[in-house]
Design a binder for this molecule. Structure first.
Ligand SMILES: *[C@@H]1O[C@H](CO)[C@@H](O)[C@H](O)[C@H]1NC(C)=O
Ligand SMILES: *[C@@H]1O[C@H](CO)[C@@H](O)[C@H](O)[C@H]1NC(C)=O
Ligand SMILES: *[C@@H]1O[C@H](CO)[C@@H](O)[C@H](O)[C@H]1NC(C)=O
Ligand SMILES: *[C@@H]1O[C@H](CO)[C@@H](O)[C@H](O)[C@H]1NC(C)=O
Ligand SMILES: *[C@@H]1O[C@H](CO)[C@@H](O)[C@H](O)[C@H]1NC(C)=O
Ligand SMILES: *[C@@H]1O[C@H](CO)[C@@H](O)[C@H](O)[C@H]1NC(C)=O
Length: 402
């Protein structure tokens, strides 16, 4: 059972030598539930611990609606990095926080989360290292690693079905970063578990990882994912229509190739200058050994003109990869902004607030927050496909300066 408490957080700041109350906010903390019988289908975290989720019950008109949110947190694509991860909160529920803050799209406050606040909201904890999509294991006589993300996904769904998910009227499968990739990979499968008359849709936040060459022209993301797919046994869980059309089936882990085979309505939320992709896919340390990009990575205002050109090229490639979705997907939605951000749905100040990101190249009345764009799309209040103009466009960006 998931219990919850409200915690009053008083933030006091020393200003002008005096203590002043600077802000007062209520945070919703939700307790972790372990999936006790996950072992029945061999669903374990990397280290063999039980998988878990956090559930805050829906109420009122939202009592029969369900939002499932995959947690993100990168991947591990070789034994060494998976062994290291198994000893952290990214690979074991034993090391995870037992209480999670539910904010942004997970908030239960109507003035912070206007469309989903009263739904059942579930956060699926990430502990497999392959976006909930692997099914394999490793044992060399000494070390043991479970690569069971697909089973974890199934065990959590099976656990939630009798708790009300099985009678859902409306559902949204969401996730951020590696969890945003999970949304692409599991979207149609999710729909199959729910009543045929339920309204089921999916959202990916910062999960549109591009098949892009890095600045040294190496296909580094492709190599990374190829190792991930083969190490963790992901290929069988990729879309069959996609894998049967590709000579290199592992490419179907890239959303741009699998997207056209997803039949469930989908919303793509991503920055065109996603900071994770900028730092790890476009300019990974291996491609910039002398650190020419260090200053630009710290602060976009310090980028040289040729570096800005490279970033604009990345944006162009992302828009190209999204072209047929933009033009052809009738029930799809998108919000591609021009901030140096990564994950914008779970933090309150990017999801829905006075100064949260907006796209301004539309009429003022369409000048919406991300929460409104996603809500309008989900409830079919209007078509929401928005692409901001290129950097330095980007309104109310909450840029991540690492
Ligand atoms: C909901 O959020 C608003 C805006 O931050 C705040 O004023 C209000 O106290 C919150 N309500 C509850 C019940 O937490
Ligand atoms: C675990 O128990 C729940 C509740 O009885 C059940 O719905 C679910 O199918 C079980 N899960 C597995 C993996 O057997
Ligand atoms: C779906 O069908 C079931 C059974 O007929 C019904 O109880 C339920 O209200 C329907 N759900 C929706 C969203 O129409
Ligand atoms: C290309 O990228 C892969 C994956 O990051 C890396 O292992 C490899 O060393 C890179 N190759 C070159 C020539 O930099
Ligand atoms: C996937 O393939 C099946 C069987 O060939 C077909 O019925 C289905 O429509 C295809 N789905 C998509 C989205 O192409
Ligand atoms: C839609 O397609 C047209 C024609 O191919 C193209 O010019 C346009 O850029 C596309 N729109 C987007 C947003 O990709």
């Amino acid at each position: 059972m998931s219990a919850n408490v409200f915690v009053m957080v008083m933030v006091a700041l020393v200003m002008c030598g005096q203590w002043q109350v600077y802000a007062k906010e209520e945070k919703l903390l939700v307790k972790m539930s372990l999936v006790r019988n996950a072992s029945a289908i061999g669903a374990y975290c990397l280290d063999g611990s039980l998988p878990a989720y956090h559930w805050h019950r829906g109420f009122g008109a939202g009592a029969r609606n369900w939002l499932l949110q995959f947690e993100g947190g990168g991947w591990c694509n070789d034994i060494q990095s998976c062994l290291a991860r198994a000893k952290t909160r990214r690979g074991s529920t034993r090391f995870m926080s037992k209480w999670e803050v539910f904010s942004g799209i997970l908030s239960n406050n109507a003035s912070l989360n206007p469309d989903f606040y009263n739904w059942n909201r579930v956060k699926l904890r990430y502990c497999d290292g392959a976006s909930f999509a692997g099914d394999s294991m490793f044992f060399n006589g000494k070390s043991l690693l479970y690569f069971r993300g697909q089973k974890i996904w199934e065990a959590i769904i099976l656990d939630l079905l009798p708790k009300g998910l099985g009678q859902a009227r409306k559902a949204l499968l969401s996730g951020c970063s590696a969890g945003g990739l999970s949304s692409f990979l599991h979207c149609d499968n999710f729909k199959n578990y729910l009543p045929t008359n339920a309204s089921v849709k999916c959202l990916s936040d910062a999960g549109f990882f591009l098949d892009e060459r890095d600045i040294s022209l190496n296909h580094s993301m492709r190599f990374f994912y190829k190792d991930l797919v083969s190490l963790q046994g992901v290929e069988n869980n990729l879309d069959k229509n996609c894998t049967s059309s590709f000579y290199f089936p592992e490419l179907c882990i890239f959303p741009q190739y699998t997207l056209r085979y997803i039949s469930t309505p989908f919303f793509i939320l991503n920055s065109a200058y996603d900071v994770f992709q900028f730092h790890h896919a476009l300019v990974p340390p291996s491609a910039d050994p002398r650190g020419h990009w260090s200053r630009c990575k710290q602060n976009p205002a310090e980028c040289r003109p040729n570096q800005i050109d490279t970033l604009q090229g990345f944006r162009q490639d992302m828009l190209l990869a999204l072209r047929s979705f933009y033009n052809l997907s009738r029930r799809g939605g998108m919000f591609i902004n021009s901030c140096f951000a990564h994950c914008q749905s779970e933090t309150q100040d990017t999801w829905f607030g006075i100064d949260s990101p907006r796209i301004h190249n539309k009429l003022p009345r369409f000048d919406q927050t991300i929460a409104e764009a996603v809500g309008d799309w989900y409830f079919s209040r209007r078509v929401t496909k928005e692409i901001d103009c290129a950097y330095p466009c980007g309104t109310n960006c909450h840029n991540l300066i690492p």
